[in-house]
Structure formats: C-alpha cells, structure tokens
Design a protein around this ligand. Sequence first.
Ligand code: DC
Length: 219
Amino acid sequence: MNASSKVIIAIDGPAASGKGTLARRLAAHLGLRYLDTGSLYRAIGLTVLKAGQDPTNEAQALAAAKILNLDAFSAEELRSEVAGVAASHVAFLKPVRAELLDFQRKFAEEPGPDVKGAILDGRDIGTVVCKDTADVKIFVEASLETRIQRRIKELQDRGESFKERHVQADMEARDKRDRDRSVAPLKPADDAWLLDTSTLNADEAFAVALAHIQETGTL
Ligand code: DC
C-alpha cells in the first residue's frame, strides 16, 4: 500500500482492451496525473526505427531507452501500428524494462502538489511497477474479437490503411509476446479487480470502474 496521502491507481490489460480510454477519463474525473506507460515503449521503438536500427536488438533498444524523449514524437506517431509493434519488441527486453522502472515509480509516488495522486496504465503496473504501492488495481479484459474490431475502428478513424487479417495477426502476435515473455508478462495481479469490457461501451466501463474505486473507499 502507498504510504503517502496520495492515491495510486494501476490499470493493466491487453492491447485495445479499453484501458487507455478508461484511465484517461478516471484521471480527469478524479484529479489524478496520468501516465500512459505504453507510450514510453512506443517512443523507444520509434527512436530505434528512425535510426534505421532493429527493435529486437537489446543494445540498440537500451541505448534508445536511455535517451527517451516523449516530446520527440506526435501523438499520432506514437499511436500508429508501426509504433505499437516496435514497442512490443523493445518491451520484451529486460534491460529496457529496468531502465524505465525508476521514472514510472517516481511518477506514481511523486505526482505533484496540484493532484490527488497518479493513475498509470500498461501491462505490468499492478504486478511490477506499483506492485506494493497501488491503492487500487484494475485489470481490463475484452475478447480478442472485440479488441480487433476496436482497433479497426481506431485505424479507420485515423485514416490509416490496413488489411483486416493483418490487424488480427498483429494483435495475436503482440498478445503472445506480451503474455509469454519471461520478464513482467501481461497477467492480472493477484489483488487486481477484473473488468471485462467486451459488452461495455466507454461510458459504461467508466461508470463501473468508478463505482468500484468508490467502493474501495480510496477516494
Ligand atoms: O498499451 P500500448 O498498446 O500502448 O503498449 C505498446 C506495447 O508496449 C505493448 O505491446 C506492450 C508494451 N508495454 C509493456 O510491455 N509494458 C507496459 N507497462 C506498457 C506497454
């Protein structure tokens, strides 16, 4: 549990489960500072690609992690499929994950004077980054079919070209890399509350999660 009077909320889940939208809305509603930890891995993946290097190469990915600069990329670049795939490769590498730990923990534990606390979303916030400090842990799930349809809608909305079978293959490959890796694999923490958003829209998921947080008496 978090020793300070500030609150820490951990939100984990697979790609396109709805965790990012949920975390952003909870942050705005509850007055919490928000960190999308996937964007850190995305920025590292893009840095490697822009240097003409290989996201699966440990030395190259670690060098990019050490010079991480989120401001070097637009939100559109960070959200692209290319960034997502590169991110899942660099996130597979233990030294890269270790390099990001301090930054994420500091963000969670020292969110600043003007907020009530922090909310972080990712894959390992409840199991590693804020394992012992999170006041509330939520693991967001959704069926593979639902997540593929959400990702397709996101790509259409952004005007990105895609082939449906590629979206499915990429999602399955990323799920497998995230879940099967030896370091910080994607899985619910033992003390996480599970939220399946397969049949919920964003408003419904927000309402259910908010009710859960209020029931815990954290805020
Ligand atoms: O949540 P996202 O799609 O932006 O994440 C991109 C990739 O980064 C994802 O495939 C797994 C990785 N990731 C991770 O391993 N740990 C985190 N805390 C966040 C993201």
